[in-house]
Design a protein around this ligand. Structure first.
Ligand code: DAH
Length: 339
């Protein structure tokens, strides 16, 4: 039995020593020292020994157990340290690697152009004001000299909420709201959404944006209107830009005009963008109709003014040479990222 114990000791020590994983080490601990382990089996065989031999052999078994336990702990220590070192090595963070790119949001082309337009007018001393999108029929039509039987009031063009309330079809009602307050002079622009019961195609949308402009003061003339819009066009499309005023009709201005700018693509020679004419229409304008001033409580003998209305999408499409308005509303990042 003594020989068996010695052999077991040698075998166990060498196996433990050469173990390379913690799992196998644990298996060895169970195999030798566990309840059903080999050392326990030897202890059970002690009953065959004589009374004098028993304590001696018992002591020897305990010594072997201790030796194995020391060895097991030692190897366990060694393997744990190695595992930790390996982990530290493989999980190291290389701070010199290029950073992952964050996908930042992007401003909408409409907003980029709107800010540009706002900056131009703020630079000329204009205030930026807001008005409601859900508007009284009165401000959207009547206060702007648009009579009840006017074709613009047709249900096909206007979203009616009820008899008195509509979704504004233009930003012009903000003119009446500001004039009505009675604080003069006025120099303002009013950008915002407008709604028309239109079809959806490359140039039409039921919801789009306009920028309204209004100036009311003493001694304001059509020359002031021309000078202001000529300056606006130059700042927006470039110094070389020229403007042309074509007589037109709007119910709330008299006289009224539509304004064309020289094509900023071909400089006026004629190209695909300006359909060969060299000119591009960008807005409507005119001198505020005396009747409109009166309805808002302003004396037309004392005060005059001019107004204009710009379609924001129209300018955005032109500036960026986008050929379909629907692209502006789809919010496809691949499209938006280009501006
Ligand atoms: N409200 C007009 C429209 O929607 C645009 C417009 C034209 C506004 C002339 C004005 C103006 O202020 O003077 O078509």
């Amino acid at each position: 039995m003594e020989n068996r114990l010695k052999a077991l000791r040698e075998e166990a020590l060498s196996k433990i020593e050469t173990t390379s994983t913690l799992d196998v080490l644990n298996e060895l601990r169970v195999a030798y020292l566990g309840k059903k382990g080999e050392l326990t089996a030897l202890l059970k065989g002690m009953k065959d020994l004589s009374a004098e031999e028993r304590p001696k052999f018992g002591q020897m078994v305990n010594e072997v157990r201790e030796a194995l336990e020391v060895k097991l702990d030692e190897v366990k220590d060694k393997l744990s340290k190695a595992a930790l070192e390996l982990q530290l090595k493989t999980e190291v963070i290389d701070v010199t690697l290029p950073a992952k790119k964050k996908n930042l949001g992007h401003r909408h082309p409409n907003n980029i152009v709107l800010e540009e337009v706002e900056n131009i007018f703020v630079g000329m001393g204009y205030e930026v004001v807001d008005g409601p999108e859900v508007e009284y029929d009165y401000y959207n039509f009547e206060a702007l000299n648009i009579p009840a039987n006017h074709p613009a009031k047709d249900e096909q063009d206007t979203f009616y909420i009820n008899n008195e309330i509509v979704l504004r079809t233009q930003t012009s009602p903000v003119q009446a709201r500001v004039m009505e307050k009675g604080k003069l002079p006025i120099r303002m622009i009013a950008p915002g959404r407008v709604y028309r019961s239109d079809e959806v195609d490359a140039t039409h949308s039921p919801c789009f944006h306009q920028i309204e402009g209004l100036v009311i003061d003493k001694n304001v003339t059509f020359a002031d209107l021309k000078g202001t819009l000529a300056e606006f066009a130059k700042k927006l499309f470039g110094e070389q830009t020229k403007v042309k005023f074509r007589p037109h009709h709007f119910p709330f201005t008299e006289p009224s005009a539509e304004v064309d700018v020289t094509c900023f693509k071909c400089g006026g020679k004629g190209c695909r963008m300006c359909k060969g004419s060299g000119w591009i229409e960008i807005l409507g304008c005119g001198m505020v109709h005396p009747h409109v001033l009166e309805m808002s409580g302003i004396d037309p003998e004392e005060y005059q003014g001019f107004a204009f209305g710009v379609g924001l999408e129209r300018i955005t499409l032109l500036k960026y040479e986008i050929d379909d308005m629907r692209l502006l509303y789809e919010n496809d990042v691949r499209f938006l990222k280009q501006f």
